[in-house]
Ligand binder design. Structure first.
Ligand SMILES: [Fe+2]
Length: 387
């Protein structure tokens, strides 16, 4: 296998890059006016009906296309800042966000629930068994599902404090491993078994566990493609009978250790209205710990989109674990019209929170661990459970 150094702008170190000068697009007044007109043209359409045709951007579309090029062949990160959040309702912001996203790619469902627009918010005291994006606290480094080429967030409401988006160039880490631990890099190119989250698997068209190892890294034509999802690896160990060798554990831990080092990661503090787009093939993301409001309607609230980009080179098939077919299936089975609109979503959560308070059944909030646990711990957990 080719383990060549990545020599493009995709390989950057957080300590050497200023995102405000290298990764940021600031909206001009003209662009805001154009988006405003598109929003009026779009009207009250539901999320799947928002397309480049129903959300027309006659001149800004070319700029968005250039930014998409920057995601594929540049730094892999674009932050759009300066949209006047306070002039728009949360639902209008959602439609603006999907409208811009639709010019970059095709929104796909993000879980078995079929949502095209996810709410990243702490509801762990309201709903049982929530996933990382619905719990508070930090999050460790990962790449989202392989059906997603561009992962994106829009900030509707900031935390009381903290909650920065922490990102890292996988290409830079790849190069560092090539220099210092090529033996571990080789292990990462061979990859790991993946196993689906319980509910995603229940609604999947495919077996819950990958038949083969999924390579963490592949490369073709000078471009790296990465997949790293601690959850899927951990499920495979804990529920799928997979054992990781000492070297495999060391390789996973070293990748996470490098991502956590100040030399490599970059923190972006979101302002309300900010939109972040990441190339989900080459950028790992995490988030720092944060302090939040007790009232669910006043909590840190980001909207998330997963975009598939059909005219990018296809992902290597051996790295596809979550497929487009599953995302379409989830959407067809479980999505309900307008369910993602923030006004509906928050009203539903607020009603549940109120009921739990009344009935005194408020759940203990599940803050996710900001630090990735060592892969060795996954085995220990399983052995404890078995013993
Ligand atoms: Fe994520």
């Amino acid at each position: 296998m080719a383990m060549d150094r990545i020599t493009t702008r995709a390989a950057w170190k957080g300590s050497e890059v200023d995102y405000r000068t290298e990764m940021m697009h600031r909206f001009t007044d003209g662009e805001v006016a154009e988006i405003d007109a598109a929003l009026k043209a779009c009207g009250e359409r539901d999320i799947p009906e928002i397309t480049p045709a129903t959300f027309p951007l006659p001149t800004f579309a070319a700029r968005l296309s250039a930014l998409r090029g920057e995601l594929l062949d540049g730094r892999g990160v674009v932050l759009m800042r300066g949209f006047p959040r306070d002039r728009y309702s949360p639902d209008e912001m959602a439609r603006v966000y999907v409208g811009l996203g639709a010019h970059l790619g095709q929104p796909v469902a993000q879980s078995w629930q079929g949502q095209l627009l996810g709410s990243v918010i702490d509801i762990s005291d309201v709903m049982e068994k929530v996933r990382g994006y619905n719990a508070g606290g930090g999050q460790h480094f990962h790449i989202d599902g392989s059906a997603c080429d561009i992962v994106s967030l829009m900030c509707l409401r900031r935390a009381l404090s903290g909650g920065a988006s922490r990102i890292v160039s996988v290409s830079a880490i790849h190069n560092q491993l090539l220099d210092t631990r090529p033996d571990l890099l080789e292990v990462l190119y061979r990859g790991y078994y993946f196993r689906n989250h319980e509910m995603d698997a229940k609604y999947s068209l495919f077996p819950p566990q990958s038949a083969d190892r999924i390579p963490v890294f592949t490369q073709k034509d000078g471009r790296l493609t990465a997949v790293i999802d601690s959850g899927s690896l951990r499920y495979a160990v804990q529920q799928g009978g997979v054992t990781m060798s000492d070297l495999e554990i060391e390789a996973y831990d070293e990748l996470q250790r490098l991502a956590r080092s100040e030399e490599y990661f970059l923190d972006m503090n979101f302002e309300e209205g900010d939109i972040q787009f990441l190339n989900n093939r080459v950028i790992m993301h995490a988030r720092t710990n944060y302090e939040d409001d007790a009232d669910v309607t006043k909590r840190r609230h980001l909207l998330r989109m997963w975009l598939r980009v059909d005219d990018w080179p296809a992902r290597p098939p051996q790295q596809v674990f979550l497929s487009d077919a599953d995302c379409s299936h989830w959407q067809a089975q479980n999505r309900r019209p307008f369910m993602e609109l923030p006004s509906r979503y928050l009203a539903e959560m607020a009603a549940m929170q109120e009921r739990r308070r009344r009935e005194k059944t408020v759940l203990t909030p599940a803050a996710t661990a900001g630090r990735a646990p060592s892969a060795r711990g996954w085995h220990e957990d399983r052995d404890r459970a078995a013993g």
